[in-house]
Ligand binder design. Structure first.
Ligand SMILES: Nc1ncnc2c1ncn2[C@@H]1O[C@H](COP(=O)(O)OP(=O)(O)OP(=O)(O)O)[C@@H](O)[C@H]1O
Length: 508
């Protein structure tokens, strides 16, 4: 990557904003990543980092499949060429995070993750940056998201849910004991190791309590003191009423997650964020008949409107939660040695890469999408030229989409891609829907890898529009045809916004 004078100054400017000093080049990590993490601490504004700031570049890694996409990052499997160590490389676009005011999130995640030490918390090994991006080398979780296990299995058995819930309780007990409120506990942020144990990721929304022993930069806590963060379906009612964050926030989200594991969907589901919030405030919960009395009772208590009454938040701490009858039989001391539930793999995944399951969008998509998606954030709109340069730059660092490249024209980039179910009267079909910057809306049959025809693009909303039925169902309407899709990842709003943004972008 060419680094010109402007790029240099951009990098310096960004480092200054991040308050993370450039480190002298530390020794590269040894073959085991964990060993490297405990060596060569990096000094930065009074904080000695356990995970050093390295002088690596993306070219030092073989980039593999994409693990997942967040609102301001992509996480890619990356093998360090010299050591063979595998990491989950979280890649964040500097321009994007500056524009979207996410610098405090990045700082917080970097600093907090660096200090945590628990088998259920993703480990940060090192960081590096180049002109355009910040990189965090995280411990990789090959088992994917808990969310995917729920989707693939339809719903989990009580034994499976009990095990996962116990590991989540163990993680929350640790985080709360060090004065941290995670604030974004949800099945997408609960990852599984290859042998099936839970690890929690995504510490961008973490809120330290006053007496936390964890070192945080002072302004990074103040900045977001009253910011509404998290994900709509898991937000507790008191947060909607602007109450300060408490440990109870995470316990509410645990209740929602347990409900989702047992039933297949979150307790507060509706077509828009506003309607979801109404349900949360009204505490409109319906328990399926097949929930056991113990499961129902625990969820009911975790979803108490009074955060201090949720088990785990009271004066007796976690003991009341761990003693709840739902957890009868759990060996709390040996959780990590207990055999976890068997992971279900995606039947459609390729043997060597499961990019069939990759559901990613460029930063252009996520920039605007979040205004209406279930992820709560406040964003501005990027200009069309910025959007385009993001798209082409991101496409060049993404090796994971090469599989779909054959359906694109030279120089064309993917804006949003999802594996969807196309709902037809006679039979539903799996399709890979690809939105490109050309723009084109391409449908591919993923099992045969053949194009199934484009949905005719128009910049005119009267000729191409998207109607969202609920967070997982949407219709793409053209004068000739209406196609109905189901997105198990509940990104219906993201599809709508991505298409509408491209239409606007074309007009300008
Ligand atoms: N260590 C990891 N191993 C494997 N996959 C990971 C790892 N970390 C993250 N992922 C995947 O990447 C996705 C996005 O990561 P993460 O949630 O950290 O990003 P973010 O930009 O902070 O997202 P959010 O929108 O939730 O704030 C996760 O949901 C998960 O699927």
């Amino acid at each position: 990557m060419a680094v010109g004078g402007d790029d240099d100054s951009m990098e310096r400017d960004f480092a200054a904003r991040l308050h993370l000093a450039h480190s002298p080049s530390p020794a590269p990590p040894s073959a085991t990543a964990a060993a490297s993490a405990s060596s060569s601490p990096t000094a930065a504004v009074g904080i000695a980092f356990r995970a050093p700031q390295e002088q690596f570049t993306a070219a030092d890694f073989d980039l593999g499949k994409i693990y997942g996409v967040g609102s301001y990052s992509k996480v890619v499997r990356a093998k360090k060429k010299d050591t063979g160590s595998v990491y989950a490389l979280k890649i964040m676009d500097k321009k994007f995070i500056t524009k979207e005011n996410k610098i405090s999130y990045v700082k917080m995640e970097r600093i907090v993750l660096d200090q945590l030490d628990h088998p259920g918390v993703i480990r940060l090994f090192f960081t590096f940056q180049d002109t355009y991006s910040l990189y965090m080398a995280l411990e990789s979780c090959e088992g994917g998201e808990l969310f995917d296990q729920i989707v693939r299995k339809g719903r989990l058995s009580e034994d499976e849910a009990r095990f996962y819930a116990a590991e989540i309780v163990d993680i929350l007990e640790y985080l709360h004991s060090v004065g941290l409120i995670h604030r974004d506990v949800k099945p997408e942020n609960l990852l599984l190791t290859s042998d099936g144990h839970i690890k929690i990721a995504d510490f961008g929304s973490v809120k330290p309590t006053r007496d936390t022993p964890i070192k945080v930069l002072p302004n990074s806590t103040n900045e977001r003191a009253c910011t509404f963060v998290g994900t709509a379906a898991y937000v507790p009612p008191e947060v909607l009423n602007s109450a300060p964050a408490t440990f109870g926030n995470d316990l509410w989200a645990l209740g929602c997650t347990l409900y989702q594991m047992l039933s297949g969907s979150s307790p507060f589901k509706d077509a828009s964020e506003w309607l979801i919030f109404q349900r949360i405030i009204a505490r409109d919960i319906k328990f399926p008949d097949y929930f056991s009395d113990e499961a129902r009772d625990l969820i009911d208590k975790l979803l108490d409107v009074d955060p201090s009454k949720r088990p785990g938040a009271g004066p007796d701490g976690y003991s009341s939660l761990k003693k709840h009858p739902f957890f009868r039989g759990i060996d709390w001391k040996n959780l990590r040695k207990t055999r976890p539930p068997k992971l279900t793999i995606d039947a459609n995944a390729n043997e060597d890469e499961d990019s069939q399951d990759s559901n990613w969008l460029s930063h252009m998509g996520s920039t605007t999408v979040n205004q209406q998606s279930n992820t709560v954030s406040n964003n501005g709109a990027a200009s069309s030229s910025e959007v385009r340069s993001h798209i082409s730059k991101l496409a060049s660092i993404d090796s994971f989409d090469s599989k779909w490249q054959e359906f694109l024209d030279p120089g064309e980039s993917v804006v949003l891609i999802s594996k969807l179910k196309k709902i037809n009267k006679l039979a539903n079909k799996k399709v890979q829907l690809i939105l490109t910057d050309k723009p084109q809306l391409i449908c591919v049959d993923p099992s045969k890898m053949v194009a199934k025809g484009n949905i005719i693009w128009s910049d005119d909303p009267s000729e191409l529009s998207v109607q969202v039925t609920n967070s997982s169902h949407f219709r793409i309407c053209t004068p000739k045809k209406v196609s109905t899709f189901e997105d198990a990842k509940q990104r219906a709003w993201q599809w709508k916004k991505a298409i509408e943004d491209l239409q606007r972008c074309q007009k300008n």
